[in-house]
Design a protein around this ligand. Structure first.
Ligand code: NAP
Length: 464
């Protein structure tokens, strides 16, 4: 009895810590505390669970060893691979829910917990959501890692087939609730949900995967809620609901930042045809050296740095910090313009800049900085492309038309650092690079910024 009270108290503590964790994670200055609260909450939930009498501790220890062996290497992937790593975590979450659901169903059939209509309904929901999250997340991870084709695979009647399949699974679930002894129906639900997960993802292009992963996060959360009802475990219900709703909110934020609708992401097959640039147009971009960039920066009164995916690839955040220090030392006002979908996952730029210990108040959201850009002397674009592409404002034929962008082209001068004239994520040319007031500095962002820092600090020895 006393252990039961302790378990419930740990669950209450865990649920409170999860809620605080989400609250604190929503701001960079409290994010570390948020992570610590999440970890402490999970520890409390595990301890509470281990207090249950009659557990097979040997099995649990074996599962923890397997989980650690898989989890530790997964935690070491580079930051640019975090979206696919996250997708794999969701896949495991979905698999766990589907397996627990299957075990509970067969236990119920063989005289365990009675398969009441409520329990059977929750079991079916758990298995459908868990199954589709498992295979869907594996597909999403495969697309992001480019081990399965990233382009959308479409065929005639695809949406009808997909929705039809889901309808059959749901109808089978309803029938199973009325006749829980029909185990063949359970198998039908399980198989259909696994197939549905694959079919749901194949028509979606690699470009939309981060949004879809966030949605799958939401499904994994909902399957945990259903599992919580099946196991009568309150912390699973609370944590699953938090997971489900935050995943959904994040997907909505991402869709808004890219000016896409949910249906467009799920059924739009974005990324199918993105031919870059009109053929025959001979445009030239003005290119310069790190010395030229240093001159422009040194003579500016205000500088706005726009980081993008290229900064993440080059791991150039510490060089960016050095530029910030050099310019601030000269009394130049330096700010960072943060686009909500710069990089490959939400908050990507914030995480990298926080790692370089840049002050949080120097990081300004896109909507708050855009009106300052026409008065800004120099915008320094570090490996960003789509998020500063003016075509999003005026070119109705562009796949990114309508996406809010950082108005780098409106500044008095712009310096863009990237390795080539290759397009970014959306696969389209960027007119910013050809503008009269833009100076391209070609090279790896880390190397170029390192050279600019040397010029600014006088360490270059005058070799230009
Ligand atoms: P981007 O449009 O993908 O462009 C990144 C640029 O970085 C490329 O043009 C590339 O040019 C350059 N680059 C790559 N490696 C580099 C290196 N080592 N050094 C210097 N430059 C390098 O990136 P973005 O402007 O950040 O835009 C993000 C895109 O991702 C948007 O289209 C957004 O919709 C999409 N997206 C983001 C999220 C999210 O959550 N953040 C989610 C879904 C989709 P070179 O090859 O010439 O160097």
């Amino acid at each position: 009895m006393i252990t039961e009270h302790l378990t419930q108290a740990s669950y209450l503590l865990a649920a409170t810590l999860f809620i605080l964790s989400l609250r604190w994670l929503s701001h960079p200055s409290t994010a570390r505390r948020g992570v610590a609260a999440g970890v402490a909450g999970m520890a409390a939930a595990i301890v509470g669970t281990l207090l249950h009498p009659g557990l097979g501790y040997g099995w649990i220890a074996a599962a923890m060893v397997v989980g650690t062996v898989i989890g530790v290497p997964l935690s070491m992937v580079p930051l640019t691979a975090v979206p696919q790593r996250t997708a794999l975590s969701h896949a495991f979450g979905g698999l766990a829910a589907a397996l627990v659901g299957t075990a509970e169903y067969y236990l119920g059939l063989s005289g365990g917990n009675e398969l009441t209509p409520f329990r059977t309904g929750a079991l079916a929901a758990e298995v459908i959501l868990g199954g589709l999250t498992f295979t869907g997340s594996l597909m999403a991870a495969g697309k992001l890692q480019e081990i399965v084709p990233t382009r959308p695979i479409t065929y005639r009647g695809q949406n009808v087939i997909n929705l039809g399949l889901l309808a059959v699974a749901v109808a089978s679930a309803v029938y199973l609730v009325m006749h829980p002894e029909l185990s063949v129906l359970f198998l039908v639900i399980l198989v259909l949900s696994l197939v549905f997960g694959v079919l749901l993802i194949i028509p979606i292009g690699g470009a939309d995967m981060p949004t879809v992963i966030s949605l799958l996060n939401s499904y994994a959360g909902l399957s945990a809620v259903a599992m919580g009802f099946v196991l009568d475990n309150k912390v699973l219900i609370v944590a699953g609901a938090l997971d489900g709703s935050s995943g959904l909110i994040l997907s909505i934020i991402m869709c808004k930042a890219m000016n896409r609708s949910f249906t467009n992401v799920l059924f739009g097959a974005f990324g199918q045809v993105q031919a870059a640039g009109a053929a025959g147009e001979a445009k030239t971009a003005k290119s310069g050296t790190p010395r030229d960039a240093a001159d422009l920066l040194e003579n500016a009164g205000s500088v706005v740095i726009v980081p993008g995916y290229g900064m993440a690839v080059a791991q150039a955040q510490h060089r960016v910090r050095e530029i910030y220090d050099q310019l601030s030392k000269r009394g130049i006002d330096v700010k960072f313009a943060i686009h909500p979908v710069a990089g490959r996952m939400p908050g990507h730029m914030n995480v990298l800049l926080a790692e370089a210990e840049l002050p949080y108040d120097a990081l300004v959201e896109m909507d708050d900085i855009n009106h300052d850009l026409p008065q800004t002397d120099v915008v320094l674009v570090v490996g960003a492309n789509d998020v500063v592409n003016p075509a999003a404002r005026h070119d109705k034929a562009s796949p990114i038309y309508g996406m809010p962008i950082i108005d780098a082209d409106k500044a008095k001068a712009c310096i863009a650092i990237k390795r080539s004239m290759n397009p970014g994520f959306a696969g389209i040319e960027n007119e910013l690079y050809y503008a009269d007031n833009t100076l391209m500095v070609f090279g790896d962002a880390k190397g170029v910024l390192g050279d600019v820092v040397k010029e600014l600090s006088g360490e270059s020895g005058g070799i230009h």
